[in-house]
Design a protein around this ligand. Structure first.
Ligand SMILES: N[C@@H](CCC(=O)N[C@@H](CS)C(=O)NCC(=O)O)C(=O)O
Length: 287
């Protein structure tokens, strides 16, 4: 069993105490370490919605099996199924939850702040998320794939429906953290943190003085840094550092994200992260 499959919970749901909407039928196809699934889990927790988790074995590419592709033709987690209807793409799922369960509201009130919120969501979807993948995938997914025969590895990669993701995974499988994608990904992280620092110098949360969808969507990408022991990236960004301390102390984050990381899993991730840190640090120093 791979190190990460050994420790993953197969079922997670809101605790009894914070389920207010007891009769809502929500299933989330998820994976402990997927930041875009984590963002949906945070929104579910902020809204005290009860849900059932279906954990997808990404290491062994269960996400590419026909039954899952029928739910999510892009072959990725998360997929939310609400009253038997699947909804895909994490930012769209978050806004769907906001529209379906408006209280407590996570969307800013003014059109301008809403536009800024959507800008953060878009930035995360198109830039930060793939960058996080280029750093995390070689460390947590690649080792399991490398244990398969070369033929099987290529057969699985060939099935990935979208070409950019497919070719990126091919590069990351072949080269790990030495893949050309990694340097650009470190830069996207650093630039994102700089932009966040500018915003957070003026206000408590990313889109104003209320915690909202942009904060829900952004915080998992800092869990990834944290789990690998890479938070020193924030040393020159005190407002972002403080923001993450505040995010992490929220019940939603503790329940929806942190609770899935056992001390054993965290120790393993910290060790992997420490081995990889020199590569990340070299790229940071060369920016
Ligand atoms: N744009 C998608 C991205 C989803 C995504 O990349 N999910 C990753 C996990 S974080 C995944 O399922 N990867 C499986 C694979 O690449 O084979 C979203 O926001 O939902």
């Amino acid at each position: 069993m791979g190190i990460l499959t050994a420790n993953l919970p197969t079922y997670t749901s809101a605790t009894e105490s914070n389920i207010e909407e007891e009769f809502i039928v929500i299933t989330l196809y998820t994976h402990t370490m997927s930041p875009c699934a984590q963002k949906v889990r945070i929104v579910l927790a902020e809204k005290s919605l009860g849900w059932e988790a279906h954990s997808i074995d990404l290491q062994n590419k269960e996400n590419l099996e026909p039954w899952y592709l029928a739910l999510n033709p892009l072959g990725v987690v998360p997929t939310l199924v609400h009253e038997d209807r699947p909804i895909i793409e994490s930012s769209i799922i978050c806004e769907y939850l906001e529209d379906s369960f408006p209280q407590p509201s996570l969307r800013p009130v003014s059109p301008l702040a809403t536009a800024r919120m959507r800008f953060w969501l878009k930035h995360i979807d198109i830039k930060l998320h793939p960058s996080c993948g280029a750093l995390q995938w070689p460390l947590v997914m690649r080792p399991t794939l490398l244990k398969k025969t070369e033929e099987e590895q290529q057969r699985l990669i060939d099935q990935i429906p979208e070409e950019p993701r497919r070719e990126r995974q091919r590069r990351l499988l072949a080269l790990g953290l030495e893949a050309p994608d990694v340097v650009g990904s470190v830069k996207v992280y650093r630039d994102t943190i700089q932009k966040m620092e500018e915003a957070l110098l003026k206000q408590s949360w990313l889109t104003g003085d209320q915690f909202g969808l942009a904060d829900c969507a952004m915080s998992p990408y800092f869990q990834t840094l944290d789990q690998f022991g890479w938070l020193e990236i924030l040393n020159d960004y005190p407002s972002v550092d403080d923001w993450f301390v505040r995010v992490r102390s929220r019940e939603s984050f503790q329940h929806a994200v942190a609770a899935d990381f056992s001390p054993t899993l965290l120790n393993q991730l910290k060790r992997i992260g420490a081995d990889a840190w020199p590569v990340i640090e070299r790229h940071l120093n060369n920016l």
